[in-house]
Each structure stands twice: as structure tokens, then as C-alpha cells.
Ligand binder design. Structure first.
Ligand code: SF4
Length: 480
């Protein structure tokens, strides 16, 4: 039996736009905390969060030198794959005997591209908690790590066969593992919160904790990878466990990191009732679908009483045809009604709209009308791209405008050709952000904000807008 030292890494982001977004919202490395939650004594586990580091490569080298792990696990999105390759190369240089493993969304959805035996000893698909338990059990007893459709061995003859199989079923051990929040400095994570009309708020950037109540989503929006990864399943935690976890947290703000939180209205009603009955006083931020808000206005009224402050909604569009094209299963009327229900409850809205690479000038103007209609709100605009690993991604592959579409898969860079010239497309895209910035809640609701937070917000917003405006240049540069 061997006591192991396990290092779990959240890689940094390399694109300037993503870096600037992190000045507005930076959540704890929740995936790594959950995976660490499944590791038991006598093994030791550490989290290295490179997202908070100014010099991530130097910080990573230092951690490797000081901790000298037996196992390093990398997670992250498709756009971080190249960064993970570089980091794994560093591990192999400094600690040749250390086992390296790539997991996360990219490894789960595009395992074939991760068959890099010199860098990764293992590729994990799906739930990292159960996979790491299997890996640790084999390593501690000195056995070979078993190959399966969850755990792939690069360069083995069965890798490509296993990688072509559908993603493995979700979470064989359930989703009740609690995150090891003690492994990172929680004071570094924050969200942006706008308060209520006329309020004087202490900070625009309160500290925040993540809570997961469910995994997966039964819907099938064409731009989303969740139903592919979750096999269309929706797993839910026990309501008492969720309430116990929330009540135990010191942070006032809670961000629900579910794929879709409010799908099961009965369950969410019970959670809100328990929170109110136990006198848990927190403020909540969550995603919700507009059709859910319209079907259950009483649920959001109850959650408002429980502390719901901010709802993120993917409106995507106020045009019927666009919503059909995105397979959104919601209507422009539901989008409008959801906005009214939430505004009447004084719940702030984050309104997400989808920009199609096919857009012409008139389509951008239509989105600007949508901004007007949904105000006040915080706005986000994303560029439609087929998600890596899905059939739509495979079918579109001949049209990709870049050699490495995964690197540019970040909802801001297009990987498909644009109808407008690329430079013009991003000029209009940046204008949407500028237009949306004038309609945010604190401005319209006359919320009083500390000056230093206001300056930070303005500086971050201006830099972000500048990078968006010049995003077309990113295709000519190397960012990792
Ligand atoms: S509702 Fe949300 S999580 Fe579900 S498929 Fe659509 S975008 Fe994805």
C-alpha cells in the first residue's frame, strides 16, 4: 500500500477576452474541489488553481517542485486543451515518474484528440470523482490501472474504439460528494451583483460559493453540449443535503452551478421552503429557462423570498425562427413574459443572446431591439458554434475557419465562416456589448456603488470591449 500525493489542476485561460471576463466573475475551481472530495486518507490531495495566478507557468513549476505529486489531474474546457498539453509536458520534464491524467469537458467530448501518450498517461471521460477513486485504488496497491470506457490509456489498441463510444453513464456513485473548499483560498472568488433599485451596496463584487443541486438537462439546445455529455439525464441531489450544505457556508452569495437548476419545480419548491423554515439568509444566483419561469411564476416568487437575486436566462433571440433553429423549445413571448415576471419580483436578469455567424447587419439591429426590450439587464452575447464532440461539430468540420477549432470554442470566437467580413462582424458584435453596457441594472436602477468597484467595473468593461472589437485578430496569433 502506498500513500499518494495527488495534484488537481485548473488550467489558466489564454485568450485575452476570457482573462478580462475573469475580472468580473471568478468562481472557485468547483470541479477540482468535488474530485478532491472523493479522495480519502491516507492519501493527500492539493488543488492548483492557475486561474488566480498572474504568472501561471511559474506558479505551476513551483507547486510541482515543492509538492512532488505522484499523480497530476488536469481538467478544463476545449479552449484550454493546448494549455493542458503544455502543463503536462512540464510535469513529464520535472517528474518523469508522475502519472498524468486529462479529464474534464474536452476529454469527455473529444477523447480521440487526446491520444497523446507522451503527455497523458490516462484520459478520463465523464465523472472524475468515481474515476479517481478507481485510479487511486490501483495505484496504492501497485496494480495496473484498469482500462474502461471511463478511463482510457493513450496509445493502447483499444483507445480509439473506446473513444468512439458514447459518453459513459453519469456518476455511478451518485452526486452527493461534497467539495473540498478548504483546499483553496476562498477569498479569491467573487461574482458581480447589482443590488435592488435605489440601494447603496457595500460591494459590486461579493465573495461567492458554488453549490451543485443537480447534473444534466433534459433539453436539447443545438449549441449546448450538456445533453450529449449527460446522455439526456437529469440527476438530482437530495433536498435536505442541498439545504445542509448551503446553511453550512460562510459566504452570503451562492451560485448554483447546475446545468439547469429549476427544471423540477417540486424539488426547488421544497428546497426554498426548507431554506426559509430554517432561517437560512443567503443571496442566490442561478440559471433558469424562460419557459420554466413562465410555467412556475409562484416558484420564483417563493425563491425571491428565499433570497434569489439574480437569474441568468438564455433568451438567445426574440425571433421565432432563430429560437427554432437553436432548438430552444421556448418562444419570444415566453422570453418577454419571463422578463416581466422576474422584473416584477425585483430579480436582476442576466440576458444571454446568441449571435449567428450568418448574421447580417439587420440581425444585429434586431438584437439591439432585444436589448432595449429586456432592459435593465446584464447582457452577454455568444457566437453560435456546434459543440465539440457532437454530430453537428463533426458535420460542420469542413467549414471551420481555423485549424484548431477547439482552441477557439469559447462562445466568443466563431469557428464557422461569417456572412459579414470577419472584421465587420466583430465590430457589430462589440457594439452589442457597448449598447448592452448602457442598460445594466445599477445604471438604470440608480444603485449606489463604491467608487473603487465602479472604477474596476468600468476598466474591466472597457478592456473587454476593446478585445472583443479586435477579436478577429486572434486567429493570427498563438496564445498558449
Ligand atoms: S436548457 Fe440550458 S443546459 Fe439545457 S440544453 Fe439548453 S442550454 Fe443546455
Amino acid at each position: 500500500m502506498r500513500d499518494l500525493k495527488i495534484l488537481l489542476v485548473r488550467p489558466h485561460v489564454c485568450m485575452p477576452t476570457s482573462r478580462w471576463l475573469q475580472t468580473m466573475l471568478l468562481l472557485e475551481p468547483y470541479a477540482q474541489e468535488l474530485i478532491a472530495g472523493g479522495v480519502t486518507a491516507p492519501h493527500d490531495v492539493k488543488i492548483c488553481d492557475l486561474a488566480v495566478e498572474k504568472r501561471p507557468l511559474r506558479a505551476f513549476r513551483r507547486v510541482l517542485g515543492e509538492y512532488s505529486p505522484d499523480f497530476v489531474g488536469f481538467g478544463g474546457f476545449s479552449g484550454q486543451f493546448n494549455v493542458n498539453c503544455d502543463l503536462a509536458g512540464l510535469v513529464k520534464d520535472m517528474l518523469p515518474g508522475c502519472v498524468t491524467c486529462l479529464g474534464g469537458i474536452h476529454a469527455s467530448s473529444m477523447p480521440s484528440g487526446c491520444n497523446l501518450p507522451g503527455l497523458f498517461d490516462l484520459v478520463v471521460r465523464g465523472d472524475g470523482v468515481s474515476a479517481l477513486k478507481t485510479i487511486v485504488a490501483a495505484m496504492e496497491s501497485g496494480d495496473d490501472i484498469p482500462e474502461s470506457k471511463w478511463i482510457l490509456h493513450p496509445a493502447s489498441v483499444s483507445f480509439d474504439t473506446l473513444a468512439k463510444m458514447p459518453p459513459p453513464p453519469l456518476h455511478p456513485d451518485g452526486i452527493n460528494t461534497l467539495p473540498r473548499r478548504d483546499l483553496v483560498d476562498q477569498s479569491r472568488y467573487f461574482c458581480i451583483c447589482y443590488g435592488s433599485p435605489g440601494e447603496r451596496i457595500k460591494t459590486l463584487f461579493p465573495r461567492i460559493a458554488c453549490v451543485r443541486t443537480s447534473v444534466g438537462c433534459p433539453n436539447r439546445c443545438s449549441f449546448c453540449v450538456v445533453h450529449f455529455l449527460a446522455n439526456g439525464k437529469y440527476l438530482q441531489r437530495d433536498v435536505e443535503d442541498v439545504v445542509d450544505e448551503i446553511a453550512s457556508l460562510p459566504q452570503e452569495y451562492i451560485y448554483f452551478v447546475d446545468d439547469e437548476t429549476f427544471i423540477n419545480a417540486r424539488r426547488m419548491t421544497r428546497i426554498a421552503e426548507l431554506l426559509i423554515a430554517r432561517g437560512v439568509k443567503k443571496k442566490y444566483l442561478s440559471w433558469a429557462r424562460s419557459d420554466t419561469v413562465c410555467s412556475h411564476p409562484e416558484l420564483f416568487e417563493l425563491w425571491r423570498r428565499a433570497g434569489l437575486e439574480f437569474v441568468y436566462i438564455g433568451f438567445e433571440s426574440l425571433e421565432e425562427q432563430n429560437l427554432k433553429d437553436y432548438n430552444k423549445d421556448a418562444t419570444p413571448d415566453q422570453n418577454r413574459r419571463a422578463r416581466k415576471i422576474l422584473r416584477d419580483l425585483d430579480i436582476n436578469i442576466h440576458a444571454a443572446f446568441m449571435v449567428n455567424p450568418d448574421f447580417e447587419e439587420k440581425d444585429f439591429i434586431a438584437i439591439r431591439r432585444g436589448i432595449e426590450e429586456m432592459a435593465p439587464a446584464e447582457y452577454a452575447f455568444t457566437v453560435f458554434s456546434p459543440p465539440p464532440g457532437t454530430k453537428a461539430f463533426h458535420d460542420a468540420s469542413k467549414k471551420f475557419i481555423c485549424d484548431d477549432p477547439c482552441l477557439y470554442y469559447d462562445c466568443l470566437h466563431t469557428i464557422l465562416p461569417t456572412r459579414l467580413p470577419l472584421k465587420k462582424f466583430y465590430r457589430y458584435f462589440a457594439l452589442l456589448y457597448a449598447f448592452g453596457a448602457a442598460k445594466i441594472p445599477p445604471r438604470i436602477n440608480k444603485v449606489r456603488v463604491p467608487l473603487k468597484d465602479l472604477l474596476k467595473f468600468l476598466a474591466g468593461g472597457v478592456r473587454f470591449g476593446w478585445h472583443i472589437h479586435r477579436l478577429y485578430r486572434d486567429y493570427e496569433r498563438k496564445y498558449w
